[in-house]
Design a protein around this ligand. Structure first.
Ligand code: KG4
Ligand code: ZN
Length: 341
């Protein structure tokens, strides 16, 4: 079954053709980083305009790289949630219009669920139930995954998502958006124990994350270095040390909660997804600290927002439902992950 996937929930316009859930024939991503970096975050209006401009060329490229046309497509899938409403609407409307014009069925996919599914698109060998861990710019969740499509939420963030915390800490140091990769780079040369930052805890919710205290801790650490203008007056060494100390806390926070979830729920396979899993230091840290578990990360091309994961997950939704979604499926900005499909 050949599926065209379309993704436009945030600041990436993407299209891909995937066969039978895992065989990627094409995976085209048009990043908007150039557009948003100077604003320190995604500007929704600009994101929407760019999606409109590049959506059709991106779809055409995905079809031609896959050596096919719409005639060779069996299902059209698009993310319908969660994300920026205007941005989602562009990919979703495009998918519906193509479906209406061609008669190819259409299906809506939950973007966050697809991030987790991305880990299963490599040479994965999961043993269900698994613990699923989503670490992205908008979401931080720990789930019990009984099978593809069946989840129970175990923990989530009470405030900032992990990727968001990376981006905000970077912004405090005067770095452009997205800050995650820049923090990772700085941290390589930094001392992780330079500053006594601490893991945030949520009362009576051992699996929930709270990153706002850590963010404030970083702010005070930076202010302590130079009392006023923060970014301008920091030395490179100070930035490196702050980045390394911040990562030390975030990595250990994730490790503790994820390992406890695996122990409590009797899971030996841990699936990771979302943009923060792009961080190699995080992968190495978790792999070294949890040698008795099977940790599965997405292939490099599938960590950040992409449409291959959308087309991949859509295959399983189709296998379950054997039908597409109605055209009145609306974009949803926030959606409970475990109720997704
Ligand atoms: O999954 P994603 O592409 O978009 C969302 O669905 O949110 O994740 C984007 C997030 C951004 O916050 C970005 O800073 C973070 O992933 N990120 C990283 C790294 N690469 C991307 N965070 C830490 N280290 C990285 N190397
Ligand atoms: Zn994403």
């Amino acid at each position: 079954m050949r599926i065209l996937g379309i993704e436009s929930t945030c600041d990436e316009t993407a299209a891909a053709v995937v066969e039978n859930g895992s065989d990627i024939l094409s995976n085209i991503v048009a990043s908007q980083q150039d557009l948003h970096e100077r604003f320190g975050g995604v500007v929704p209006e600009l994101a929407c305009r760019r999606h409109i401009e590049v959506m059709l060329p991106v779809i055409k490229k995905a079809l031609s790289e896959a050596g096919t046309t719409l005639d060779g497509i069996d299902l059209i899938a698009a993310s319908f949630a969660p994300g920026l409403i205007g941005a989602i609407m562009i990919g979703l409307s495009c998918a519906k219009a193509l479906s209406l014009a061609t008669g190819i069925p259409f299906i809506g996919v939950n973007h966050v669920e697809a991030h987790l599914y991305a880990a299963l698109m490599g040479n994965a060998n999961p043993k269900f139930p698994c613990i699923g861990v989503v670490l992205s710019g908008g979401h931080t969740s720990i789930l019990l995954m009984e099978e593809i499509g069946r989840y129970r939420l175990i923990g989530e963030t009470q405030d900032d998502a992990v990727g968001e915390a990376f981006d905000k800490v970077a912004k405090m140091m005067g770095l452009p958006y997205p800050g995650g990769p820049l923090i990772e780079k700085l941290a390589e040369e930094g001392d992780p124990n330079a500053y006594p930052l601490k893991i945030g805890r949520v009362k009576d919710k051992p699996f929930d994350f709270s990153l706002s205290g850590l963010k404030t801790g970083v702010l005070y650490t930076l202010k302590g270095q130079n009392k006023s203008g923060i970014a301008e007056m920091l030395t490179l060494k100070e930035k490196q040390n702050v980045a390394a100390s911040f990562q030390r806390v975030v990595f250990e926070d994730i490790r503790q909660k994820v390992q406890k979830a695996a122990e409590d729920y009797g899971a030996s396979t841990l699936l990771f997804g979302g943009g923060v899993t792009n961080n190699l230091a995080l992968r190495n840290y978790l792999t070294a600290k949890m040698p008795h578990y099977n940790l599965i990360f997405p292939p490099a091309a599938l960590t950040l927002d992409n449409a291959a994961m959308i087309a991949g997950l859509a295959y399983h939704q189709w296998q379950r439902k054997k039908q597409g979604d109605p055209f009145h499926l609306e974009p949803v900005s926030r959606l409970a992950f475990h109720l997704a499909t």
